[in-house]
Design a protein around this ligand. Structure first.
Ligand SMILES: Nc1nc2c(ncn2[C@@H]2O[C@H](COP(=O)(O)OP(=O)(O)OP(=O)(O)O)[C@@H](O)[C@H]2O)c(=O)[nH]1
Ligand SMILES: [Mg+2]
Length: 404
């Protein structure tokens, strides 16, 4: 299975920390980096490290239980709107991080709206509950601002400290010790609430599926596979938005989040079907060593090293295939639908370019998130004629950076 997911949300909601925890807990990294120390994989630019905030979308390819998940860790600050929209264009679903400490913020709603316009399946992850916050009040807030949410985790507290999760679906509780998950009994005081949530979740799912609703109304028990299938179907169609609970910092709920991503979010084939390769450049970045790197999302088809793609500007040959991992490009032997690829020395590619094999795709086939009009566009012209050789290059690169 492949899942390609954009992690979006308000600035500081814990996206990069969660991405880092996912890399660490799936074994891609031996040590978990920290935003504060500038050691994370996805906050890799000097600006991000200096300001402790994501400036460019970072790609984290994860391998989990034999499946591949491409996580796009987008910036939260609205100033980097191009990067946020690019990440959503490249993804099949949006994972929206909301900090329990700060609740729904302007960056949450902005990212949500763009994902909605793109018709993406959406899911919420509540972070930073270890810092405090009222989870149940937050759920109400999420329901009133975002719509039909489906809380699938409840917090498990011990002596007032958040230590784990109650899995609403299965009525089980898990405590986390140094990142390890240990099943424990659902505390007596939480049983009634957990059962009430289970019933609510069940009814919300049943309402999205006529066959199940009939059974339910006739008094038949609705459980197991049929219910899970209806749940996944509802999420894929964007009828329900699951809310999970995780903290990269506290090491709670990190891998269950990946399970949910794999089970509930749509696959590339479900969205784009089978067919010849179709890709889009969702961002470009100028690297001092690799020149201009173009980041592609392969929506459909398969690619091998040496393949070529068509574009409006002519043929693009891909002698090698690379998957980005933060600042690095890792060579791969094949890419399939859902892959994010980094193409170094791609001077002829620019953001928004569509690449294909076979017949030219219709514009509706390719996701497109319009960039907002600049509020204050300022043209600038050099004083006198540019005479120094290579003068245009730095200007060109900052222009491309601005467009990206
Ligand atoms: N206690 C606690 N701190 C967290 C958690 N998640 C993130 N943090 C801290 O919150 C700060 C911001 O976290 P980031 O992971 O950079 O958040 P972000 O959403 O990537 O931020 P932007 O890239 O600026 O949008 C950092 O200092 C993290 O260490 C959490 O679950 N618990
Ligand atoms: Mg970040």
């Amino acid at each position: 299975m492949i899942r390609t997911v954009a992690l979006v949300g308000h600035a500081g909601s814990g996206k990069t920390t969660l991405t880092e925890a996912l890399l660490f807990h799936t074994g891609a990294k031996e040590r978990m980096g920290r935003v504060e120390e500038g050691t994370t994989t996805t906050d890799y630019t000097p600006e991000a490290r200096l300001h402790r905030t994501t400036v460019r979308t970072g790609v984290a390819p994860l391998l989990y239980r034999g499946h591949r998940v491409f996580l796009l860790d987008a910036p939260g600050y609205g100033d980097f709107v191009g990067e946020i929209r690019g990440a959503l264009e490249a993804a099949d679903a949006a994972l929206v991080a909301v900090s329990a400490e700060n609740g729904v913020q302007v960056g949450t709603e902005r990212a949500w709206t763009v994902a909605e316009r793109l018709g993406l399946a959406r899911m919420v992850v509540v972070t930073k509950l270890d810092k405090g916050g009222d989870y149940y009040a937050l759920l109400e807030d999420l329901r009133s601002t975002l719509g039909p949410i489906l809380p699938i985790d409840l917090p498990l507290y011990e002596g007032g400290r958040w230590v784990g999760l109650i899995d609403v679906f299965h009525g089980k509780a898990y405590r986390y010790q140094e990142g390890r998950e240990v099943e424990v009994a659902v505390p007596e005081a939480e049983r009634e609430r957990a059962e009430r949530f289970r019933q609510e979740v069940l009814e919300a799912i049943v309402e999205t599926d006529e066959g199940l609703l009939e059974k339910y109304l006739e008094g038949e028990e609705v459980t197991g596979e049929a219910l899970e299938k209806a749940f996944h179907e509802a999420v894929r169609k964007g009828l329900l938005y699951p809310v999970a609970l995780a903290s990269g910092e506290a090491g709670i709920g990190v891998l269950p989040l990946l399970d949910l991503i794999l089970e509930a979010l749509p696959s590339p084939t479900e969205r784009f079907g089978e067919g010849p390769p179709l890709a889009k450049v969702f961002k470009v970045q100028v690297d001092p060593f690799m020149g201009q790197v173009a980041y592609l999302r392969l929506y459909r088809g398969r690619l091998r090293p040496g393949d070529s793609l068509q574009s409006e500007a002519g043929q693009v040959r891909l002698p090698h295939l690379h998957v980005p991992m933060g600042k690095d490009l890792l060579e791969v032997e094949e890419a399939e639908a859902g892959f994010i690829l980094g193409v170094p020395k791609a001077e002829s590619l620019h953001r928004g370019m569509v690449l294909w094999q076979g017949s030219r795709p219709e514009s509706e086939e390719v996701p497109f998130a319009r960039l907002p009009e600049p509020t204050c566009p300022w043209p600038f012209t050099p004083r006198g004629a540019p005479t120094r050789p290579g003068w245009g290059r730095p200007c060109g690169s900052s222009w491309r950076k601005t467009r990206a």
